[in-house]
Write a protein that binds this ligand. Structure first.
Ligand SMILES: C[S@@+](CC[C@H](N)C(=O)[O-])C[C@H]1O[C@@H](n2cnc3c(N)ncnc32)[C@H](O)[C@@H]1O
Length: 316
């Protein structure tokens, strides 16, 4: 891991458009005032459209998404306008990358637990292209999967009424031929994850995880990723919890991923999985219910300020 000198970090107004406040920009050309004004206006327009859940807001988003803007929309603006696929993946991946940049890293890891055919992993590769274009960060993507489809459910907590052994088998050679950069780790995560955690990823700390393993037993096993040493994981990890809302699986707080989350949170006070409450710049959409944040309150970098250097004032 190499720390990024502060002066090379681009203005978050150009990279985020939401979530984190605008910080003091560092510009290298004389046009900066005009660029800043244009970026600020664009940001306001995108935010207004993104927050408007009426049909006018929907039309505005569609129109804006089609209108080419100078350097292009930032990755988060692309989420706000519905340009990037799978907003729950894109939102968490972008937040992770922005956090990594603000903490001074130049590499970050995104993980998908449960890859199946690979549509999600390919989506992450598309998001990576957008993020790497906009942010001074390189992205490493790792996907964990059995390869052979769902294992046998252990008991009722794995929702055997909804899923069966062998569902979602992967065509490993086909997926490998389509992937351009993501690593595939094939095998039961009970075997593969301890090796990954022991090896560590201090060169590219983990910042984003999508949990899509369906079962309680597999999700609880995957939470062992949070045993990674602090240099291998960010203090806050942006998570997509795919199996907390559904369409006919009859999820409950006593089975599946919801039970795994509840049990994880009961383990102690320092590490918690919490819903994300940062969607004030968006109209409500269902995908936001899947977004959770892992907090390690005792992580040595948890208190490090990642906001706006020029902020902190509320003039009348
Ligand atoms: C619903 S699919 C994932 C879908 C994928 N995320 C997508 O968006 O296309 C669930 C996957 O979890 C994997 N899985 C479940 N339990 C596992 C375990 N214990 N170890 C490894 N993979 C597991 C299965 O092999 C299956 O492919």
């Amino acid at each position: 891991m190499r720390a990024i000198p502060q002066t090379t970090v681009r203005s978050p107004i150009a990279i985020t458009g939401t979530v984190l406040r605008v910080s003091t920009p560092v510009y290298e050309n004389e046009d900066y005032e005009m660029n800043d004004r244009k970026a600020s206006l664009l940001n306001k327009l995108v935010r207004a459209a993104a927050k408007d859940s009426s049909s006018i807001g929907l039309i505005a988003k569609r129109v804006m998404a089609r209108v080419p803007v100078g350097p292009g929309y930032s990755p988060m603006q692309q989420v706000q306008l519905g340009i990037l696929p799978r907003p729950e993946y894109a939102y968490t991946a972008i937040c992770a990358s922005e956090t990594a940049v603000r903490l001074g890293y130049n590499e970050v890891t995104w993980i998908e637990f449960g890859v199946a055919g690979g549509a999600g992993l390919l989506t992450l590769e598309a998001i990576k292209a957008s993020v790497e274009k906009a942010l001074p960060i390189r992205v490493r993507i790792v996907g964990f999967d059995m390869g052979s489809g769902l294992p046998a459910p252990v008991d009722y907590r794995d929702l055997p009424h909804a899923w069966k052994r062998g569902f979602y088998e992967m065509d490993v050679p086909l997926l490998k031929s389509r992937l351009t950069s993501a690593d595939l780790v094939i095998g039961p995560i009970a075997d593969t994850l301890p090796i990954f955690v022991a090896k560590g990823s201090s060169d590219a700390p983990i910042g984003m995880i999508s949990f899509d393993l369906d079962y309680y037993s597999s999700t609880a096993e995957a939470f062992k990723i949070f045993e990674s040493s602090p240099d291998s994981i960010l203090p806050r990890v942006f998570c997509n919890m795919d199996d907390v809302i559904g369409s006919g699986e009859v999820f409950s707080d006593f089975t599946g991923a919801r039970l795994a989350i509840r049990e994880f949170n009961a383990l102690g006070d320092s590490c918690k999985l919490s819903p994300c409450y940062d969607f004030a710049q968006f109209a409500y959409e269902r995908w936001q219910e899947k977004v959770m944040v892992y907090h390690d309150f005792r992580h040595p970098r948890y208190p490090d300020y990642v906001g706006d250097d020029a902020g902190g004032q509320l003039p009348i």
